[in-house]
Design a protein around this ligand. Structure first.
Ligand SMILES: C[S@@+](CC[C@H](N)C(=O)[O-])C[C@H]1O[C@@H](n2cnc3c(N)ncnc32)[C@H](O)[C@@H]1O
Length: 404
């Protein structure tokens, strides 16, 4: 059965009201609007510390946290990524809990919810010796990305960070992660992509096409410059005071062992969309820099081209979220449109189906509303490979579900 045919069993769009989905449990309203600004970089500067594949804008968690929780409530994200939800929760004086199967997520998120000052970073950088000789024959060949002097500094920093892990060191690590590859002089690498760790052969091709060789990039000054930008919105003391209420876990979304039952008031999250993004391949330079063994991520990140496997995965995650949610707790789950077997599939409709179907999450959740954020075509959509509609717009689809 095709995915669309499967869907028609449960969800049909009302002919009289195209923004309503008819389900066995009654109509579900689909609201189309610009719920938050399409402008870039309007929120706290810590949100923009790192690029991350398929991250959502901080305006998205801000929208749901402000409407559906009070200060002191707990806000969770089982697919935490770079930590957008937990950081926004902390900024809004909520208790956050964030999980991701990739240990890289914790390296990116922890320093943002427990930041340090520019002065502390500057002093620490002065103390670290990045000029020690390095036996390059024992290191990975990264000559297509880095000048050998840059690479020596990078290896020295990496070795230092293996052994030194206080809050300042961890902030330096998170900032270094944001500088590993990109298109401007602010990055350590030759001209490359900031969002994606591209394969070595592709970088070699870029160098050849552009007629470039990696030039020397001083690491410390670039880290300090980026840290100043990241910390410019302040609130450092507040965040540090609240850090004890925030929790980061590493594991599978279907088994959130360290999350207490009935402890979370609102989940704001975005799962992988089938296999739209390759989270393992696209972060290989970051995982290499952090010394995270490949087997810790390979095979654990769910990225499947198979719709029924994806549905099972999301359904199992939702059952686990049912356990951790407080009575009447909410999930705001962001999904998009994907092309599947030649058809355009709105994943919000699949989520509605999961909540209605005996086979999946029936009697666990009630869909309250669907929010479709329409906005101008963005870089984010580009990286999702989201289809443009005729007007040149793309959508984020957020399904709001209440625990039954
Ligand atoms: C769409 S991204 C989330 C981005 C996040 N909202 C942000 O703003 O950074 C999906 C995340 O799901 C994670 N992931 C994939 N499979 C997982 C699993 N089985 N359990 C937990 N996390 C998983 C990926 O590592 C990725 O970080």
């Amino acid at each position: 059965m095709s995915a669309q045919a499967l869907l028609k069993n449960i969800v049909t769009e009302s002919a009289s009201q195209p923004s309503q989905l008819i389900t066995p449990f009654g109509p579900v309203t689909r609201k189309f609007d610009e719920f938050w600004t399409a402008k870039q970089r309007q929120m706290h500067s810590l949100h923009y510390a790192n690029s991350y594949r398929a991250s959502f804008k901080p305006e998205l968690p801000e929208y749901f946290i402000s409407r559906f929780t009070n200060p002191g409530d707990r806000v969770g994200d089982p697919f935490g990524g770079r930590g957008t939800t937990i950081l926004q929760a902390a900024l809004m004086n909520r208790k956050g809990v964030s999980n991701d199967v990739n240990p890289l997520s914790e390296r990116l998120a922890a320093p943002k919810i427990n930041p340090v000052t520019v002065e502390e970073i500057s002093e620490r950088l002065d103390e670290i010796d990045l000029s020690a000789p390095v036996d390059m024959s024992r290191e990975e060949d990264m000559s297509m990305f880095y000048h050998e002097d840059t690479y020596r500094e990078l290896i020295n920093l990496r070795n230092y960070l293996m052994e030194h892990r206080d809050d300042i060191d961890r902030f330096i690590e998170m900032t270094a992660l944001s500088r590993l590859h990109g298109h401007s002089n602010g990055f350590f690498s030759a001209y490359s992509f900031p969002q994606i760790s591209i394969p070595k052969v592709n970088q070699a091709k870029i160098n050849k096409t552009r007629g470039i060789e990696p030039d020397y990039r001083d690491i410390k000054s670039r880290i300090l410059k980026k840290a100043k930008t990241t910390l410019k919105s302040g609130q450092i003391d507040e965040l540090r005071r609240r850090a004890k209420h925030q929790k980061l876990t590493t594991g599978d979304s279907r088994d959130l062992k360290e999350w207490e039952s009935e402890s979370v008031n609102l989940v704001v999250t975005s799962p992988p969309f089938l296999n739209q993004v390759d989270y393992v391949q696209d972060t290989w330079i970051e995982t290499w820099f952090c010394g995270i063994p490949r087997e810790e991520v390979d095979g654990k990140i769910v990225q499947t081209p198979d719709l029924s496997k994806w549905m099972e995965f999301i359904s199992d995650t939702m059952s686990e979220l049912h356990r951790v949610l407080a009575p009447y707790g909410l999930i705001a789950m962001e999904v998009g449109e994907v092309r599947y077997q030649g058809e355009l599939l709105n994943l919000d409709e699949i989520l509605v189906q999961l909540t209605c179907s005996h086979q999946y999450n029936r009697h666990q959740f009630r869909v309250k509303e669907i929010y479709v954020q329409s906005q101008q075509f963005t870089k984010l959509a580009n990286c999702f490979r989201v289809e443009n509609n005729k007007l040149g717009t793309n959508t984020n689809r957020i399904v709001l579900m209440e625990k039954i």
